[in-house]
Design a protein around this ligand. Sequence first.
Ligand SMILES: Nc1ncnc2c1ncn2[C@@H]1O[C@H](COP(=O)(O)OP(=O)(O)OP(=O)(O)O)[C@@H](O)[C@H]1O
Ligand SMILES: [Mg+2]
Length: 1107
Amino acid sequence: MAKMEVKTSLLDDMIGVGDMVLLEPLNEDSFINNLKKRFDHNEVYTYIGSVVISINPYRSLPIYTPEKVEEYRNRNFYELSPHIFALSDEAYRSLRDQDKDQCILITGESGAGKTEASKLVMSYVAAVCGKGAEVNQVKEQLLQSNPVLEAFGNAKTVRNDNSSRFGKYMDIEFDFKGDPLGGVISNYLLEKSRVVKQPRGERNFHIFYQILSGASEEFLCKLKLERDFSRYNYLGLDSAKVNGVDDASNFRTVRNAMQIVGFMDHETQSVFEVVAAVLKLGNIEFKPESRANGLDESKIKDKNELKEICELTGIDQSVLERAFSFRTVEAKQEKVSTTLNVAQAYYARDALAKNLYSRLFSWLVTRINESIKAQTKVRKKVMGVLDIYGFEIFEDNSFEQFIINYCNEKLQQIFIELTLKEEQEEYIREGIEWTNIEYFNNAIICDLIENNQTGILAMLDEECLRPGTVTDDTFLEKLNQVCATHQHFESRMSKCSRFLNDTSLPHSCFRIQHYAGKVMYQVEGFVDKNNDLLYRDLSQAMWKANHSLIKALFPEGNPAKINLKRPPTAGSQFKASVATLMKNLQTKNPNYIRCIKPNDKKAAHIFNDALVCHQIRYLGLLENVRVRRAGYAFRQAYEPCLERYKMLCKQTWPHWRGPARAGVEVLFDELGIPEEEFSFGRSKIFIRNPRTLFKLEDLRKQRLEDLATLIEKIYRGWKCRTRFLLMKKSQIVIASWVRRYAQQKRYQKIKSSAIIVQSYIRGWKARKLLRELKHLKRCNEAATIIAAYWHGTQARRELKRLKEEARRKHAVAVIWAYWLGLKVRREYRKFFRANAGRKIYEFTLQRLMQKYFLEMKKKMPSLSPIDKNWPARPYLFLDSTHKELKRIFHLWRCKKYRDQFTDQQKLIYEEKLEASELFKDKKALYPASVGQPFQGAYLEISENPKYKKLKDAVDEKIIIAEVVNKINRANGKATSRIFLLTKNNVLLADQKNGTVKSEVPLGDVTKVSMSSQNDGFFAVHLKEGSEAASKGDFLLSSDHLIEMATKLYRTTLSQTKQKLNIEISDEFLVQFKQDKVCVKFIQGSQKNGNIPTCKRKNNRLLEVAVP
Ligand SMILES: Nc1ncnc2c1ncn2[C@@H]1O[C@H](COP(=O)(O)OP(=O)(O)OP(=O)(O)O)[C@@H](O)[C@H]1O
Ligand SMILES: [Mg+2]
């Protein structure tokens, strides 16, 4: 956070001393050191009483912001750090509130910051004075007059890039409320020689460069100008461009400002035409021309430029040409014309340019004044701001420096006068005894210059008006005579012998001891510059111009108003205007700003002691302090004084109830300040010595520290107490919450414990009850069981008893029956035969058998051998009979069925039976073959002529003729072959033509192998060593494998009386030539439908995948 500063006095946080009046000890060194110290701390303003010393910082400081304006607004002068705003505020407020006209006098050497200071004052006043549309327009016009005048009146010099080459005094007028109404500007002595010639490193007036850089091509063309600076003789070339200055944009600013100030378009146009004409005049050159009468004449070299000037200004070319060639002198109705030589022509040209420009400048001031003039006739309050060139001491000082320094002498005089007067007035006002102050009064120097009879200016005028040859030397001679005795005048040739041997003083110079130092003036040019002559022919030519502005600038050219009287000389004109200015200033309350330049390099942060020392001397600042301190160094109104120091005395601290003066008296008495050190005025206390003030300040500082400690103590106490109270309050709140919380917790705990205890008790009670109930239940159950057992026992006993009883009853009945039987048999024995029972039994049996067979006859099943029906058994005792009967009946009906067969059928069934014995439950292919009749010759060999050869080769009966697939042993692929089985042989023949490929006698067939699966593959193994076996066993596949194998088996059996070995296995070996290859049957995928595939896996394995 930024530190909050509340200033109540200039003495707060002071760097060095803010007011030089308080400087102790007071001498040149301490003065400079104080300024330097402050400058180094960015404090560029320092007071001498109410005078502000301003040191040019040469950089922008953040001390002119709107916040600063607010800070200084309506504050007392000594309340805050020294600032130009404090002075502006003081001036503005006493103008507004006390109805005192003010003037602000800004002095200092070139580049010290006068113009900037004047602008700051104006901007401050503009910021704090009234507001409103009309007022704002007036303000804007007043502020915008600055850029216009600066463009035309300022130039870059070696000292300052924006040096004012004219003096300016501006009255700002306010109404009774303090609102600005308007203003009046006065200008002094424009340095017009700059128009035609500039010293090395300097420039002409800004406006020339601004036009050439900033104007549009079109506008330049209109003005007949070219953008190139080097085209113009009047523009010094070596520093045409200034660092940090944008001429083009400044041109726009100027045009804008002119518009705001109120220049009409045609006026602006005329102004620039005149500027262009001046620029072009410099380009007119002359050449000598001799005439017959021996007079020297000149001629314009190139008339083109002249022509353009005339077009621009509306002057008749011949008139102007003539004016540059002749000079007409009129004396007592006589006109004498003389020709001008080249030098004179150039002189005339430059004089015209200078005059044209300086008159234009004056016209501009008048024109601005017209615009900014107050519109009402009411009484106005006035604030004058004077920005005038400061004292100038160059190596070569001429008429201009003389005039400027004269002006500064006058200002110094008025400064002394007014300061002393003010001081004296204050003493009188305050009822304090006035002690005379010793100071240097420069009135004597002013008198040396301006005295009407013996003053240097009067002498110069006299010399200029004198008939006969007048030169600068005759003027110096005159000075030497008249001023010789003056103690501030020094000249080698004066009558005063003091300077006869002063070699530092050349013969063509005179020296004046100004209040600010000695200045040596070169007398050369004084007469000419004072005369400031423009040949009448030229002014008449100008007047004839068809250009309203130019015509107005040269009113003396009007032949109707011809005035033979010489115009007033420059010197006397200046003297008069200075006198008017002084008179004006004297009526106003002065405020001084003394500007100091810290270095010659236009650089920030450099403080050149010697340079500053020189300025302090000639500005008479030490003198100023001394005057201010002559009586009392410090004064202050009672109220602020009491307010500032009341803490130093018990009676006045913290409040003084009585009048402020009495309070201050008590205070000073208490502090024991010696009486000679102070005086009581009517409203102010006057302190003689700064030491007393500093002592007071030290005491105050000490006391403030004590008070600060006290305040801090109380504040800390208060803070701690408040904190304590807050903490206590918080503690109570926290404690109550904690207690509440603890109690809540405790309650919860007790509650839960109670619940637990309660639950245990309840549990215990419940368990007890449960136990009791269980016991009761068990008792009941036991009773029930016992009862049940008891009942059971009872029942069983009863049952036993009943059974016993029943048995007994049965026994009784049996016994009774037997007894009865016995009794009956005994009684009826005599009526029965001995074998009657046997007969009845047999009869009954016979009857039953009869009935069984009769019923059997009715229920007999059909004669089909496959009918499985058989009636149910009616009597158990006939069980074995019934089964035997069924068997016999089946055998009988089978015999009956067989008896119907023919021999051929018999053969077929034999074969089928054989097949069944061989393959049933052994090969999965078998069940499918049961329903198929065995046909044997599937292939009609005899009918097909293709097989005639085959038929011829086989003379026996063919048992099987069928197409089989012979499996190629190398790759498992199949080839069709005709398979023939005859009584003695097995043949394999080509299917296409019936050629016999192999013939094997049945005796050579040793074995047939096949898988247990649903495939038709089979291998025919041949007897080792037999002829047929040389090619190896056959691996074949057939759709009628079961039939073929059965037939082969049967045929072999019948022919060789040997049983053919049929091996059913999923893995068997087959002899291929020399090798034995394993044929392996595996469960394969159904990729090719239901056809098994055969694949040679390696040379030992042939794999058949059966789906
Ligand atoms: N208060 C300031 N803050 C910053 N820069 C300043 C200040 N005062 C002056 N300057 C700088 O110094 C330069 C010269 O100032 P200024 O033109 O006011 O001098 P001057 O005293 O008017 O000189 P001259 O007599 O030649 O007209 C300014 O252009 C500006 O750069
Ligand atoms: Mg200036």
